[in-house]
Write a protein that binds this ligand. Structure first.
Ligand SMILES: Cc1cc2nc3c(=O)[nH]c(=O)nc-3n(C[C@H](O)[C@H](O)[C@H](O)COP(=O)(O)OP(=O)(O)OC[C@H]3O[C@@H](n4cnc5c(N)ncnc54)[C@H](O)[C@@H]3O)c2cc1C
Length: 339
């Protein structure tokens, strides 16, 4: 249940492995995936270290989305450079040092100067890019609809029946149900034991004719080119207000950062907000309910669903087929054992 990035990736992986599915999703409900920029980035900028499991999840994301493009007859994967702008000379020296060591696959050792939109020293992150999430979600939905694997309605937990070895919901029976409902897991009576720490985020889509960049620009926030002089700017973090409502404060924060870097006129076309389904230990939550193994969860991808979901969907499906184990770090039982 749920067709954000997590539910979409998992449904396509299950179909690839010859399973039939029924995806229940109400598109009008809160969805983090719809506002996501879709960027993947293997580098943690603070210490210039690898992002968690980068060496495993990057190849898995390429395999998955490239195959999904063929399956769905669409293109949504864009390999792009990401430029990190340096604030001080020390950052450049540290970058060069790390690029010569364990980060050589992800950091270009040749730093350089850019002159527009601002004069700055910069380093390029390798193996980054973005997924056009709206296209991916839309094409997945129409593929599921064509296969009659899609039900566009609100899932009502009270109507779900779990028997020994099967589940049934409004006349549909299956061996199991997998919940991929993002931060709305808070309404799920079965998985309330998972300690979520959701984070609201806001993004702007702008039109800026004079900003001529085809790479992702990062300086504590990102500017992502979308083509046709359109750019996505993001993102904010807010752990108090967990609504989907956009705020003047969010808009001001993003505009201020943008104006500090870009001297050109622009027009805001869209302002969106979503709630990231982050978990207290910042790892996904995957696996079977401790008392009802027919009910499963695939959630908790926080800020990184684009990069992590393909790797873990594959691992999860192998686990369901009895061909492998789930990483202990992501198994939802890590929280249950503590209660
Ligand atoms: C501003 C912002 C920018 C981001 N940028 C990036 C980025 O660049 N890269 C990246 O990897 N991640 C990014 N993220 C994070 C990313 O959005 C999340 O990791 C991802 O969307 C989580 O996907 P999900 O499928 O778990 O949840 P969701 O996208 O929230 O999907 C849950 C789905 O379940 C459905 N649902 C829930 N309850 C019910 C119900 N009862 N009945 C029917 N349907 C239901 C909802 O309608 C929704 O479609 C960003 C997030 C935000 C807010």
């Amino acid at each position: 249940m749920g067709q954000g990035i997590a539910g979409s990736v998992l449904a396509l992986e299950l179909i690839k492995q010859g399973k039939s599915v029924l995806v229940i999703d109400k598109p009008e409900l809160s969805s983090s995936s719809k506002v996501a920029a879709g960027i993947w980035n293997p580098v943690v900028f603070k210490r210039l270290t690898k992002s968690w499991l980068a060496d495993d999840v990057i190849p898995a994301l390429h395999d998955f989305y490239e195959e999904a493009e063929t399956m769905l007859g669409a293109t949504f994967l864009e390999n792009r450079k990401m430029l990190k702008l340096f604030t001080e000379e020390q950052e450049k020296i540290f970058w060069k040092k790390k690029a010569g060591e364990e980060m050589k696959d992800y950091l270009d050792p040749d730093t350089f100067s850019i002159h527009s939109p601002v004069a700055s020293e910069a380093g390029a992150v390798l193996q980054t890019g973005n997924i056009y999430t709206a296209v991916f979600l839309e094409k997945t939905q129409s593929h599921l609809s064509t296969l009659q694997y899609y039900l566009g309605e609100i899932f009502n937990h009270a109507v779900l029946e779990i028997k020994n070895g099967s589940v049934s919901y409004k006349g549909n029976s299956a061996a199991s149900i997998i919940f991929c409902e993002g931060h709305l897991i808070k309404n799920n009576p079965l998985f309330g034991f998972i300690p979520m720490k959701p984070a609201k985020g806001e993004v702007l889509t702008i039109h800026c004719e004079d900003l001529d960049i085809d790479y992702i620009l990062n300086k504590g926030f990102f500017i992502l080119p979308l083509g046709h002089d359109l750019y996505k700017i993001g993102a904010t973090y807010n752990w108090q207000d967990l609504t989907d409502a956009v705020s003047p404060a969010g808009r001001n924060e993003l505009e201020e950062k943008f104006r500090k870097l870009v001297p050109f006129a622009y027009e805001i076309l869209k302002h969106e907000a979503g709630v990231r389904p982050s978990v207290i230990d910042r790892r996904p939550v995957i696996g079977k309910h401790p008392d009802h193994p027919e009910a499963l969860v695939f959630n908790g991808f926080g800020t990184k669903a684009v990069m992590l979901a393909p790797f873990f969907a594959k691992q999860f499906v192998e686990y369901l087929d009895g061909k492998g184990e789930l990483d202990k770090e992501v198994n939802c039982l890590r929280f249950f054992e503590k209660v």
